[in-house]
Design a protein around this ligand. Structure first.
Ligand code: FE2
Length: 286
Protein backbone atom coordinates (compact mmCIF):
# COMPACT_ATOMS: atom_id res chain seq x y z
CA UNK A 1 0.00 0.00 0.00
CA UNK A 2 1.43 3.37 -0.99
CA UNK A 3 1.57 6.28 1.46
CA UNK A 4 -1.36 8.63 0.78
CA UNK A 5 -0.36 12.09 -0.46
CA UNK A 6 -3.75 13.80 -0.24
CA UNK A 7 -5.75 14.32 2.94
CA UNK A 8 -9.35 13.08 2.87
CA UNK A 9 -10.46 16.71 2.40
CA UNK A 10 -8.12 17.25 -0.56
CA UNK A 11 -9.27 14.03 -2.20
CA UNK A 12 -12.92 15.05 -1.72
CA UNK A 13 -12.11 18.46 -3.18
CA UNK A 14 -10.53 16.88 -6.26
CA UNK A 15 -13.63 14.78 -6.86
CA UNK A 16 -16.10 17.63 -6.12
CA UNK A 17 -14.37 20.51 -7.91
CA UNK A 18 -12.41 18.62 -10.59
CA UNK A 19 -9.11 20.06 -9.34
CA UNK A 20 -7.02 20.47 -6.22
CA UNK A 21 -4.16 22.88 -5.51
CA UNK A 22 -1.25 21.37 -3.56
CA UNK A 23 1.26 24.00 -2.37
CA UNK A 24 4.91 23.00 -1.80
CA UNK A 25 4.55 19.68 -3.63
CA UNK A 26 7.95 20.07 -5.34
CA UNK A 27 10.99 21.71 -3.74
CA UNK A 28 12.27 25.12 -4.90
CA UNK A 29 15.56 23.40 -5.67
CA UNK A 30 13.91 20.84 -7.99
CA UNK A 31 11.87 23.57 -9.72
CA UNK A 32 14.91 25.78 -10.28
CA UNK A 33 16.95 22.88 -11.63
CA UNK A 34 14.14 22.07 -14.08
CA UNK A 35 13.94 25.75 -15.06
CA UNK A 36 17.67 25.85 -15.88
CA UNK A 37 17.40 22.65 -17.85
CA UNK A 38 14.43 23.97 -19.84
CA UNK A 39 16.46 27.06 -20.83
CA UNK A 40 19.28 24.78 -21.96
CA UNK A 41 16.93 22.53 -23.97
CA UNK A 42 15.47 25.62 -25.61
CA UNK A 43 18.93 26.56 -26.86
CA UNK A 44 19.76 23.00 -27.95
CA UNK A 45 16.50 22.36 -29.80
CA UNK A 46 15.78 25.74 -31.38
CA UNK A 47 15.20 25.30 -35.12
CA UNK A 48 17.96 26.71 -37.35
CA UNK A 49 17.03 29.80 -39.43
CA UNK A 50 16.79 27.44 -42.46
CA UNK A 51 14.27 25.23 -40.66
CA UNK A 52 12.47 28.21 -39.19
CA UNK A 53 11.76 29.86 -42.53
CA UNK A 54 9.33 27.04 -43.27
CA UNK A 55 7.06 28.45 -40.54
CA UNK A 56 7.01 31.94 -41.95
CA UNK A 57 7.60 31.81 -45.69
CA UNK A 58 4.32 31.33 -47.54
CA UNK A 59 1.30 29.08 -48.00
CA UNK A 60 3.35 25.97 -47.26
CA UNK A 61 3.99 27.40 -43.79
CA UNK A 62 0.75 26.10 -42.31
CA UNK A 63 1.42 22.58 -43.56
CA UNK A 64 5.00 22.58 -42.26
CA UNK A 65 3.97 23.98 -38.89
CA UNK A 66 1.22 21.35 -38.63
CA UNK A 67 3.71 18.57 -39.39
CA UNK A 68 6.21 19.94 -36.88
CA UNK A 69 3.49 19.89 -34.22
CA UNK A 70 1.73 16.63 -35.18
CA UNK A 71 4.98 14.63 -35.12
CA UNK A 72 6.25 16.05 -31.81
CA UNK A 73 4.69 13.41 -29.52
CA UNK A 74 7.94 11.49 -29.12
CA UNK A 75 10.35 14.40 -29.46
CA UNK A 76 11.62 17.55 -27.77
CA UNK A 77 10.52 20.49 -29.89
CA UNK A 78 10.28 24.26 -29.54
CA UNK A 79 7.02 26.11 -30.09
CA UNK A 80 7.25 29.89 -30.37
CA UNK A 81 5.04 32.83 -29.54
CA UNK A 82 3.37 34.58 -32.47
CA UNK A 83 5.72 36.85 -34.45
CA UNK A 84 8.84 35.33 -32.88
CA UNK A 85 10.52 35.15 -36.31
CA UNK A 86 11.18 37.96 -38.78
CA UNK A 87 10.51 37.53 -42.51
CA UNK A 88 13.92 35.88 -43.02
CA UNK A 89 13.20 33.16 -40.47
CA UNK A 90 15.47 34.83 -37.95
CA UNK A 91 14.39 34.94 -34.31
CA UNK A 92 13.74 38.48 -33.12
CA UNK A 93 15.23 37.69 -29.68
CA UNK A 94 17.14 34.83 -28.08
CA UNK A 95 15.24 31.54 -28.35
CA UNK A 96 14.52 31.17 -24.66
CA UNK A 97 12.95 34.65 -24.63
CA UNK A 98 10.38 34.05 -27.37
CA UNK A 99 9.44 30.44 -26.76
CA UNK A 100 5.84 29.59 -25.95
CA UNK A 101 6.64 26.02 -24.89
CA UNK A 102 8.72 22.89 -25.23
CA UNK A 103 6.91 19.63 -26.00
CA UNK A 104 6.07 16.79 -25.83
CA UNK A 105 8.39 14.02 -24.57
CA UNK A 106 10.95 15.68 -22.30
CA UNK A 107 9.81 13.31 -19.53
CA UNK A 108 11.15 10.37 -21.56
CA UNK A 109 14.05 11.91 -23.47
CA UNK A 110 15.77 14.21 -20.99
CA UNK A 111 17.24 12.71 -17.79
CA UNK A 112 16.51 15.79 -15.67
CA UNK A 113 12.88 16.06 -16.80
CA UNK A 114 12.55 12.31 -16.38
CA UNK A 115 13.77 12.55 -12.79
CA UNK A 116 11.27 15.33 -11.99
CA UNK A 117 8.41 13.39 -13.62
CA UNK A 118 8.85 9.95 -12.12
CA UNK A 119 8.75 9.35 -8.39
CA UNK A 120 6.93 7.49 -5.65
CA UNK A 121 4.96 10.57 -4.54
CA UNK A 122 3.42 11.09 -7.98
CA UNK A 123 2.73 7.36 -8.30
CA UNK A 124 0.97 7.37 -4.95
CA UNK A 125 -1.04 10.47 -5.86
CA UNK A 126 -2.20 8.96 -9.16
CA UNK A 127 -3.18 5.81 -7.32
CA UNK A 128 -5.07 7.78 -4.69
CA UNK A 129 -7.24 9.59 -7.23
CA UNK A 130 -8.22 6.25 -8.75
CA UNK A 131 -5.94 5.81 -11.75
CA UNK A 132 -5.46 2.06 -12.23
CA UNK A 133 -2.37 2.00 -14.39
CA UNK A 134 -1.27 5.59 -15.03
CA UNK A 135 1.12 6.16 -17.92
CA UNK A 136 2.84 9.41 -18.80
CA UNK A 137 1.55 10.49 -22.20
CA UNK A 138 3.00 13.95 -22.69
CA UNK A 139 4.98 16.71 -21.04
CA UNK A 140 5.06 20.44 -21.78
CA UNK A 141 7.28 23.17 -20.41
CA UNK A 142 5.38 26.44 -20.71
CA UNK A 143 7.30 29.74 -20.66
CA UNK A 144 4.46 32.31 -20.59
CA UNK A 145 6.97 35.08 -21.27
CA UNK A 146 6.74 38.56 -19.70
CA UNK A 147 4.49 40.84 -21.82
CA UNK A 148 4.32 38.48 -24.84
CA UNK A 149 3.08 35.24 -23.18
CA UNK A 150 -0.28 34.59 -24.84
CA UNK A 151 -3.56 33.46 -23.35
CA UNK A 152 -4.86 29.89 -23.55
CA UNK A 153 -8.59 29.68 -24.27
CA UNK A 154 -11.04 27.73 -22.13
CA UNK A 155 -10.69 24.02 -22.95
CA UNK A 156 -10.60 20.56 -21.44
CA UNK A 157 -7.56 18.32 -21.82
CA UNK A 158 -9.79 15.37 -22.73
CA UNK A 159 -10.63 17.21 -25.98
CA UNK A 160 -7.01 16.88 -27.10
CA UNK A 161 -5.92 13.69 -25.30
CA UNK A 162 -9.02 11.59 -25.79
CA UNK A 163 -9.34 8.13 -24.26
CA UNK A 164 -12.28 5.75 -23.97
CA UNK A 165 -13.31 5.87 -21.21
CA UNK A 166 -12.02 9.36 -20.31
CA UNK A 167 -8.91 9.03 -18.20
CA UNK A 168 -6.51 11.93 -18.75
CA UNK A 169 -5.33 13.83 -15.66
CA UNK A 170 -3.21 16.97 -15.79
CA UNK A 171 -0.32 17.45 -13.35
CA UNK A 172 0.52 21.18 -13.53
CA UNK A 173 3.58 22.43 -11.61
CA UNK A 174 4.24 26.11 -10.92
CA UNK A 175 7.93 26.62 -11.70
CA UNK A 176 7.58 30.37 -11.08
CA UNK A 177 4.95 31.99 -8.86
CA UNK A 178 1.73 32.26 -10.89
CA UNK A 179 -0.60 35.18 -10.14
CA UNK A 180 -3.48 36.94 -11.89
CA UNK A 181 -0.89 39.51 -13.13
CA UNK A 182 1.36 37.05 -14.93
CA UNK A 183 -1.34 34.77 -16.35
CA UNK A 184 -2.18 32.09 -13.80
CA UNK A 185 -4.69 29.37 -14.64
CA UNK A 186 -8.41 29.78 -14.05
CA UNK A 187 -10.81 26.87 -13.60
CA UNK A 188 -14.52 26.27 -13.23
CA UNK A 189 -15.18 24.38 -9.97
CA UNK A 190 -17.44 21.40 -10.69
CA UNK A 191 -17.17 22.05 -14.43
CA UNK A 192 -15.73 18.55 -14.94
CA UNK A 193 -19.35 17.31 -14.82
CA UNK A 194 -20.27 19.27 -17.96
CA UNK A 195 -20.18 16.86 -20.93
CA UNK A 196 -17.08 17.57 -23.04
CA UNK A 197 -18.03 19.77 -25.99
CA UNK A 198 -15.47 18.80 -28.61
CA UNK A 199 -12.83 16.33 -29.65
CA UNK A 200 -9.68 17.09 -31.64
CA UNK A 201 -8.84 14.49 -34.31
CA UNK A 202 -6.41 14.16 -37.19
CA UNK A 203 -7.36 13.34 -40.77
CA UNK A 204 -6.51 9.97 -42.33
CA UNK A 205 -3.09 10.98 -43.65
CA UNK A 206 -2.22 12.85 -40.43
CA UNK A 207 -1.54 16.13 -42.24
CA UNK A 208 -3.97 18.27 -40.26
CA UNK A 209 -6.14 18.21 -37.17
CA UNK A 210 -9.78 19.23 -36.99
CA UNK A 211 -12.34 19.71 -34.25
CA UNK A 212 -15.35 17.46 -33.94
CA UNK A 213 -17.90 19.63 -32.10
CA UNK A 214 -20.64 18.04 -29.99
CA UNK A 215 -21.97 21.23 -28.45
CA UNK A 216 -21.49 24.73 -29.88
CA UNK A 217 -22.29 26.60 -26.66
CA UNK A 218 -19.25 28.07 -24.88
CA UNK A 219 -18.31 27.07 -21.34
CA UNK A 220 -19.78 29.40 -18.72
CA UNK A 221 -17.37 32.11 -17.64
CA UNK A 222 -19.36 32.88 -14.51
CA UNK A 223 -17.78 31.15 -11.52
CA UNK A 224 -14.26 30.77 -12.90
CA UNK A 225 -11.71 31.01 -10.09
CA UNK A 226 -8.01 32.00 -10.37
CA UNK A 227 -5.55 29.29 -9.36
CA UNK A 228 -2.73 31.42 -8.00
CA UNK A 229 0.19 29.18 -7.18
CA UNK A 230 3.60 29.66 -5.63
CA UNK A 231 6.67 27.93 -7.04
CA UNK A 232 6.51 24.20 -6.28
CA UNK A 233 2.71 24.04 -6.19
CA UNK A 234 1.09 21.14 -8.01
CA UNK A 235 -2.38 21.65 -9.47
CA UNK A 236 -4.12 18.40 -10.26
CA UNK A 237 -6.75 18.74 -13.02
CA UNK A 238 -9.45 16.29 -14.05
CA UNK A 239 -9.33 15.85 -17.84
CA UNK A 240 -12.88 17.14 -18.29
CA UNK A 241 -12.39 20.29 -16.19
CA UNK A 242 -12.73 23.53 -18.20
CA UNK A 243 -9.68 25.74 -17.58
CA UNK A 244 -7.81 28.60 -19.22
CA UNK A 245 -5.00 31.04 -18.58
CA UNK A 246 -4.76 34.73 -19.28
CA UNK A 247 -1.97 36.54 -21.15
CA UNK A 248 1.10 37.58 -19.19
CA UNK A 249 0.87 41.38 -19.15
CA UNK A 250 3.44 41.70 -16.34
CA UNK A 251 7.21 41.90 -16.52
CA UNK A 252 7.57 38.61 -14.62
CA UNK A 253 7.96 35.24 -16.32
CA UNK A 254 5.46 32.50 -15.46
CA UNK A 255 7.11 29.17 -16.18
CA UNK A 256 5.11 26.00 -15.60
CA UNK A 257 5.61 22.30 -16.28
CA UNK A 258 2.79 19.92 -17.08
CA UNK A 259 2.52 16.17 -17.35
CA UNK A 260 -0.59 14.52 -18.77
CA UNK A 261 -1.14 10.93 -17.70
CA UNK A 262 -3.73 8.47 -18.98
CA UNK A 263 -4.85 5.07 -17.79
CA UNK A 264 -3.39 2.30 -19.90
CA UNK A 265 -6.63 0.32 -19.44
CA UNK A 266 -8.43 2.95 -21.53
CA UNK A 267 -8.45 2.85 -25.32
CA UNK A 268 -6.20 5.44 -26.99
CA UNK A 269 -7.54 6.22 -30.47
CA UNK A 270 -5.28 6.19 -33.53
CA UNK A 271 -6.71 9.52 -34.70
CA UNK A 272 -5.57 11.46 -31.63
CA UNK A 273 -3.02 14.05 -32.73
CA UNK A 274 -0.41 12.79 -30.26
CA UNK A 275 1.25 9.52 -31.20
CA UNK A 276 4.53 8.15 -29.87
CA UNK A 277 5.76 5.65 -32.47
CA UNK A 278 9.32 5.57 -31.09
CA UNK A 279 8.54 5.56 -27.37
CA UNK A 280 6.70 3.25 -24.98
CA UNK A 281 4.72 5.00 -22.22
CA UNK A 282 6.13 4.61 -18.71
CA UNK A 283 4.42 4.83 -15.32
CA UNK A 284 5.32 7.27 -12.53
CA UNK A 285 7.25 4.50 -10.80
CA UNK A 286 9.25 3.33 -13.81
FE1 FE2 B 1 -5.02 22.28 -20.51
Amino acid sequence: MMTPVLTEAQLAQFHNDGFVVLPKFASDEACLALRDRAMQLAKEHVPSPEQATIFTADSTAKHAADQYFLTSGDKIRCFFEKDAFDEHGKLRAEAHLCLNKLGHAMHDLDPQFSKFSHNEKLASLANQIGMQEPKLLQSMYIFKQPRIGGEVNCHTDHTFLWTEPQSVVGFWFAIDDATTENGCMWALPGGHRIPVKSRSRVNADRTASYMEVFDETPYPTEGLVPLEAERGTLVLLNGTLPHLSGPNTSDKPRHAYTIHAIDSHANYPADNWLQRPSLVMAGFND
